[in-house]
Design a protein around this ligand. Structure first.
Ligand SMILES: Nc1ncnc2c1ncn2[C@@H]1O[C@H](COP(=O)(O)OP(=O)(O)O)[C@@H](O)[C@H]1O
Ligand SMILES: [Mg+2]
Length: 115
């Protein structure tokens, strides 16, 4: 997410990383940028393998990063979302169930896909 944000944000733009604890049930990490943004048709496919477009002159990518990220996040009971205003930037958010320790016993709070 960070690599993508930096790659798609021109010099002088901003990349913001934000962490959130949602009532200790889930934690979220988001990466927001002020770069090119992601058109709607691309947003629909962004978590599929090889969804990327070849960018002339751009740093080449494999088109696997977000597909692998999504599989990892889902396998940990979380989810990953994208939002974007093309031309203004993009925000990718990973949400994971919180793990906490009660009397030395580790508890996993279940998180399902958000509505
Ligand atoms: N922050 C972003 N801003 C603009 N486009 C993005 C951003 N993140 C992802 N994308 C788009 O999603 C595609 C897929 O990303 P990814 O799976 O990481 O593959 P890769 O970075 O190898 O191309 C990218 O090629 C790009 O088109
Ligand atoms: Mg990438």
């Amino acid at each position: 997410m960070l690599d993508n944000a930096i790659k798609h944000t021109p010099v002088g733009g901003t990349v913001t990383i934000c962490g959130r604890n949602n009532n200790s049930e889930t934690v979220e990490i988001s990466v927001r940028d002020t770069g090119s943004g992601i058109p709607e048709d691309m947003r629909k496919r962004i978590f599929e393998r090889f969804s990327h477009k070849e960018e002339p002159g751009g740093r080449p990518g494999t088109g696997l990063g977000l597909a692998i990220s999504r599989r990892i996040v889902i396998s940990h009971g979380g989810d990953i979302k994208v939002s974007s205003q093309p031309g203004k930037g993009a925000e990718l958010t990973v949400r994971l169930p919180a793990i906490y320790d009660i009397n030395g016993k580790t508890e996993l709070v279940k998180a399902g896909p958000s509505s």
